[in-house]
Design a protein around this ligand. Structure first.
Ligand code: APR
Ligand code: PHB
Length: 404
């Protein structure tokens, strides 16, 4: 068995693991990343692309912001349409100057990967049988196999950045872990195409045929979604059928401007809210999707991962700068406070914007719930105070500092 040593072992080379690794390395804290897949597989996963300022700032601090600064689009607002009638959420005005950046998650992952390569930091791609030893030990170990060899990595801390299906979360004993979950009765069918986007700003469209979202990656690349029954599969939707349905659900003016073309990616994703408490156990910290999942309606997935990274980065820099290990215990409570806010916002936006008619199969309950939510959306859109509530959460709530 080959033996390795580092200060922080990071499991998973998604955006969470890569960003954390880059930040720590710039503070002189050594780290090794273990990733189950290949780099190109990681880059093949298409995900949302709306970044809060907090995430943008971290990418700058990580030294990986050059391309994002050039190619990312600043979005000062977005639209919410209800059966064709649109209301613009003027993020900048409503929040006193804040906005979001639109740039693909795949692109930022690539930039972070390149930064890691340039800094000559170690990543084991295609690491298999990754197993965490006793994380209560002072020097925990992670074992894994790579290229036919067995490895043991000894470290001070483990960052579980291995996504929803990773191994890290299972390391927290089941009787010490509470998992909250809500599954929604529909999914999103997404289509990516090299066509000019229908609009400069995102359009979230509530419609009696079901929700639709018009998003974008650049002036020449579009990303669209439609709400579909959970039973629908990619094969059930030809490109043409997708475009026709999207047109029906977008406001008339946008539908008239829609330029269609062949899809370059199509996928169906179920919608889920999930939170694991606590997010720390011994010398293990859970970060990002390993600890929580949101439905994509509020574009919060990556942004919640970013606030976890920020908190863990503060904890570990304090530990290594001052030797004060007490702050370790602050991680979970600080991270979870912001996670719950983001979870609530994503759940709320999902409830208000989707069509719950499928639930009428279960009786009047679904219909009534749908009516409550339609009224809730109308109420919030009708006043500046209501729009502010949406805007300040969309641009992102502030990050919390560690207690002294
Ligand atoms: N060993 C090593 N790596 C693993 C293991 C394992 N047992 N299990 C999973 N992984 C890897 C996955 O292959 C993946 O590359 O961990 C990585 C986790 O990455 P993500 O799922 O992208 O999670 P995270 O980095 O927390 O990203 C935050 O923001 O928009 C959201 O959900 C979206 O991915 C996004 C997330
Ligand atoms: C996307 O562009 O993929 C996207 C944007 C905003 C969302 C969800 C997804 O709320």
């Amino acid at each position: 068995m080959k033996k390795l040593k580092t200060q922080v072992a990071i499991i998973g080379a998604g955006p969470s693991g890569l960003l954390l690794g880059q930040l720590l390395a710039r503070k002189g804290i050594s780290n090794i990343i273990l990733e189950k897949e290949t780099g190109s597989y990681v880059l093949g996963r298409i995900r949302a692309g709306i970044f809060e300022q907090g995430f943008v700032d971290l990418v700058h601090e990580a030294g990986a912001a050059d391309r994002m600064s050039k190619e990312g689009e600043v979005h000062n607002g977005f639209e919410i349409a209800v059966d064709g009638r649109t209301t613009r959420i003027d993020l900048k005005k409503l929040t006193g100057g804040n906005a979001v950046v639109c740039y693909g998650q795949v692109e930022i992952t690539k930039d972070l990967m390149d930064a890691r390569t340039n800094a000559e930091l170690i990543t084991y791609y295609e690491a298999s049988a990754v197993e965490l030893g006793d994380v209560k030990l002072d020097k925990p170990t992670v074992t894994f196999a790579h290229g036919g060899e067995e490895y043991q990595l000894q470290c001070d801390y483990i960052a579980g950045c291995d996504g929803f299906h990773g191994v890290s979360r299972q390391t927290i004993p089941a009787d010490l872990r509470t998992e909250h979950e809500r599954i929604y009765p529909f999914g999103w069918m997404g289509l990516l195409s090299d066509t000019p986007p229908v609009s400069e700003e995102l359009i979230y469209s509530k419609h009696h045929r079901g929700f639709a979202l018009a998003s974008r990656r650049s002036a020449t690349r579009s990303r669209y979604y439609i709400q579909v029954p959970l039973t629908d599969q990619v094969a059930d939707w030809s490109d043409n059928a997708f475009w026709e349905e999207l047109k029906k659900r977008l406001p008339a003016e946008a539908a008239a401007n829609l330029i269609t073309g062949p899809s370059i990616e199509k996928s169906v994703a179920p919608l889920r809210s999930f939170i694991c408490e606590p997010m720390q156990y011994g010398n293990l910290f859970l970060v990002g999707d390993a600890a929580h999942i949101v439905p994509p309606t509020g574009a919060k997935g990556l942004n919640l991962a970013a606030s976890d990274v920020s908190t863990l980065y503060k904890v570990l820099t304090r530990v290594y700068d001052s030797g004060d290990k007490h702050c370790i215990e602050q991680y979970s409570a600080i991270a979870l406070r912001r996670v719950w806010h983001g979870e609530r916002f994503s759940w709320w936006m999902t409830n208000m914007l989707h069509n719950f008619d499928d639930m009428t199969a279960h009786g009047l309950e679904g219909l009534t719930f749908g009516r409550f939510m339609a009224s809730e959306l109308a109420y919030y859109l009708a006043s500046e105070a209501g729009q502010k509530v949406i805007a300040e959460q969309y641009v992102g709530l502030p990050y919390e500092d560690l207690a002294p």
